[in-house]
Design a protein around this ligand. Structure first.
Ligand code: NAD
Length: 790
């Protein structure tokens, strides 16, 4: 055997990380008093505990206090008591506390990493080099946001007491993603870690004690779903930030509907890892290993669907198999380990079950020939080929070390396959042609896209999903907005529409009595049911009739909005010109619209003229902002630039209020259109003629067919149909409280982004009812990571 052969034949010896410090910490703590409430350590009021055990052996690590409703009450009360002082403290004060937390964590970096690996099972290389450093960076990064809050977020205030519920896959990192921005914004928190992984959060609470976090600002409670639900449903909480499964995310969306609580959901994923034939295949294989086998695949943004171009598929899969057979499965504390155990037996059983079902549905599941440790919840890395797009392994989040593979012929097919999922968290694109990669990235329905890379994260760059991967972003500027409430000019309470007391008296004869149709796909169309709704003047006489839209009309309108590609694909300058035309054309008919307002609402001639003038001004404003509300470029510590692109949400439903029926409608439609969304609008139920009069203005303004669709009728009923429609991406509702609550509850099918006034309208005439606050709701931020260097 020559030296080279000898070198290749050499085996790795074990290189265990010392665990004595962690064991001493475990032995020295009273876990029956593990609730950190109001700066003190408490037992659960019920005295109950739950077990946390070590995934690599199944051995019990600790019996931890299990919080119940009374403990959550105490934690929320402590957070509420601490809120006024904390939110009133200067940004510098809060920044110093955040920085002190980061520095204290740095001093205990090793203990955090070892504890995390013991409790979760993740390889020490990952907890030491990724989880813990990223968590520390998060706190230090957010110290700066605290200090610059007033400058960067004028007209915003802290949202209040925040309830935060997190999963077990990145226990410390998820805690950091939640707590750092909340504290920077001036909020106080009640956080619940997952029941499988309570330990690093307990250590973190100790750090808070030492870093001078005022009592009650950070409260950490331990427990399972019941404790989570008690936080979610607590009336003293103003915002819920949740990371976890889409299933629980939907429960939470429903539970908070109508409560007025702000909500962000970071949920599951089924992210595509796309390899084009011109990719550097060896790099792509390394990327893939990281993409799917990082943390045993228990990663929300895991690249669990490999899409590889046909011509290279065979060669690429062969390389992947060779690499898989070299992955080392073993103790999480061994520095050479690539793959540790799954977090718990239930998770192991779930993964096995999904693989068996995938195989039943035709997938060929391959695993390297390697032995597993004799105890613990280990699973071999698994490659599934022959996977049809409908196979369970291609559709369901496995949350384990399982890669589903499919091939594609051309770019269009790659994009189509990548988007063929109900999720939309992340994607990875591999090609040496950066033009191609940057052509594909914007077309992927995912909140994060990595070009020639994967799993790149940074505190300055937002992270979060589209579709059933949830809504809201964590990290950076966009993450800060999740903990801030924008100043909006609150308007009148909206009462439910009275059952129609049809105005029967004929009008004064000077008006043409006709039934205005619906406006769908650029055409005026009769409502499906052929019914109409009588519209009254301010004096209770018949002003005219409008079509009574129904479920089918909404479906047609959504289909038309979805089919309209010309608008979202138009340049921002182009959109701006069209909005200017709209303003011009409305201006040409200002007198007519003012007369209509007087007739329908009883406004004075002066007030009516003002409302029309302000509507024109608002169109002008959004025309001007179309090409200015742009994304940013981040320069994270990695050798990469991150392009935070502003993309339209997609198809947005808008239910407009009765007050200021022209200005209210335009104040909602214009920002949505400005950002490239297509719109299905339900105008004021009482004064819909202001909207139907707009048809001609729209027709003369070069707006592509389907960009705006208007369905008149009963607002509450049509809003319900919109909320349940799974091809609608967003829904803005200014209606009565009950309709708003239902819109939120009924939106869970596809987790569309819902914005409601919670039963109140806005003062549309106020300058605060316009601008960035609205534009922000009309966009998704997509972070595209582009690495550079040789
Ligand atoms: P899970 O939804 O079962 O639990 C998450 C948390 O919610 C836990 O703390 C749990 O105790 C709590 N919980 C459970 N039921 C609840 C209820 N009814 N009300 C309130 N709280 C409740 O998820 P998990 O199994 O712990 O974590 C895995 C999931 O998390 C995966 O789907 C993964 O994709 C997702 N995840 C998403 C991100 C992201 O940023 N998008 C990050 C990490 C993990």
């Amino acid at each position: 055997m020559n030296i080279l052969e000898r070198y290749h034949a050499m085996e790795y010896g074990p290189a265990p990380e010392a665990r004595n410090e962690a064991d001493a910490w475990l032995a020295g703590r009273d876990f029956a008093k593990a609730l950190f409430i109001d700066g003190a350590w408490k037992a659960a009021a019920s005295g109950k505990t739950f077990d946390t055990s070590e995934p690599s052996s199944g051995k019990l690590l600790a019996k931890v206090s299990d919080a119940g409703a009374a403990d959550i009450d105490a934690a929320v009360a402590a957070a509420a008591k601490a809120l006024p002082k904390w939110s009133a403290s200067s940004g510098y004060q809060r920044g110093k506390v955040l920085y002190a937390i980061g520095r204290a964590m740095q001093r205990h970096q090793r203990l955090f990493a070892v504890l995390e690996s013991i409790d979760n099972g993740k390889p020490i290389r990952e907890s030491r080099d990724i989880d813990v450093p990223l968590a520390i960076r998060h706190f230090i990064h957010h110290a700066g946001w605290a200090q610059t809050l007033e400058n960067d977020f004028p007209d915003h205030k802290p949202v209040g007491v925040v309830g935060q519920v997190i999963p077990w896959n990145f226990p410390l990192l998820m805690l950091a993603w939640k707590i750092a921005p909340a504290l920077a914004a001036g909020c106080t928190v009640v956080l619940k870690p997952a029941e499988f992984t309570p330990l690093t959060a307990i250590l973190f609470a100790e750090i808070c004690e030492r870093a001078g976090v005022p009592k009650g600002v950070v409260n950490i409670v331990q427990g399972g779903p019941e404790a989570g639900a008690a936080i979610v449903n607590h009336p003293g909480v103003q915002k819920i930030a949740f990371t976890g499964s889409s299933e629980v995310g939907k429960i939470i969306r429903k539970a908070t509907a109508g409560s007025g609580k702000k909500l962000s959901l970071e949920l599951g994923g089924k992210s595509a890892f796309i390899v084009f034939e011109d990719a550097d295949l060896d790099s792509a294989v390394e990327g893939l290993v990281d993409g799917i086998w990082f943390n045993q695949g228990q990663v929300c943004c895991a690249g669990s669907r490999l899409l590889v171009q046909e011509g290279i598929a065979e060669a690429f899969i062969a390389k992947v198999k060779v690499r898989m057979s070299r992955l080392r499965v073993g103790s999480p504390l061994d520095k050479n380990t690539d793959i540790g155990p799954l977090v718990d037996r239930t998770q192991l059983d779930r993964v096995k079950g999904l693989i068996a079902e995938g195989a039943k549905q035709g997938a060929i599941c391959w695993q390297p020939d390697a032995a597993l440790p004799s105890s613990g919840y280990y699973h071999l890395p698994t490659l599934a080929t022959g996977v049809s797009p409908a196979n369970i392994l291609a559709q369901e989040e496995v949350f384990g070390p399982v890669l589903a593979t499919m091939s594609f012929r051309n770019t269009e097919e790659a994009i189509e396959l990548a988007n063929n999922t109900r999720y939309g968290l992340a994607a990875s694109v591999w090609s040496e042609n950066v033009n191609l990669a940057l052509h594909v990235a914007p077309q992927l329905k995912a909140g994060v896209v990595w070009v020639n890379g994967t799993n790149m994260f940074d505190a300055a760059c937002g992270f979060g999903g589209y579709r059933e991967s949830g809504f809201g972003r964590e990290g950076g500027r966009e993450g800060m907005f999740e903990y801030l409430a924008a100043k909006l000019p609150v308007g009148p309470v909206i009462k439910p529409a009275a059952p129609s007391a049809s105005p029967v008296e004929q009008a004064d004869g000077s008006l043409i009595d006709r039934t205005a149709k619906l406006f769908i796909a650029g055409k005026q169309v009769r409502p499906d049911g052929n019914y109409s709704l009588a519209v009254a003047t301010a004096k209770g006489k018949l002003a005219g009739e409008v079509g009574l839209g129904n479920r089918k009309d909404i479906r047609d309108a959504v289909a038309a909005a979805r089919a309209c590609k010309a608008w979202p694909e138009a340049t921002a300058f182009n959109r701006s010109q069209v909005l200017y035309y709209l303003a011009e054309n409305l201006s040409g008919r200002a007198e007519e619209f003012a007369a209509r307002l007087v007739q329908l609402t009883g406004a004075t001639a002066k007030a009516a003229r003002e409302e029309v003038e302000q509507s024109i001004e608002r169109l002008f404003l959004y025309a001007g902002l179309s090409d200015k509300f742009e994304g940013r470029v981040h320069q994270p510590p990695a050798r990469a630039v991150t392009l935070a692109l502003h993309e339209p949400v997609g198809v947005i439903g808008i239910v407009a209020p009765d007050n200021a029926p022209l200005l209210g409608l335009i104040s909602l439609i214009a920002p949505a259109l400005a950002m490239g969304n297509t719109v299905v609008a339900v105008p004021s139920e009482r004064h819909p003629l202001l909207a139907t009069d707009l048809y001609q203005v729209i027709e003369y303004s070069d707006l592509p067919a389907g960009a705006i669709n208007i369905v008149t009728g009963r607002s509450a009923e049509l809003c319900g149909v919109l909320a349940k429609h799974d091809d609608l991406d967003g829904l803005w509702v200014f209606a009565d409280a009950d309709t708003c609550a239902k819109a939120e509850a009924d939106s869970i099918g596809n987790l569309k982004r819902v914005w409601t006034g919670n039963g109140r309208s806005l003062d549309w005439a106020s300058n605060d009812a316009a601008g960035e606050v609205f534009l922000r709701r009309a966009i998704e931020v997509k972070n595209v990571w582009v690495p550079y260097g040789d």
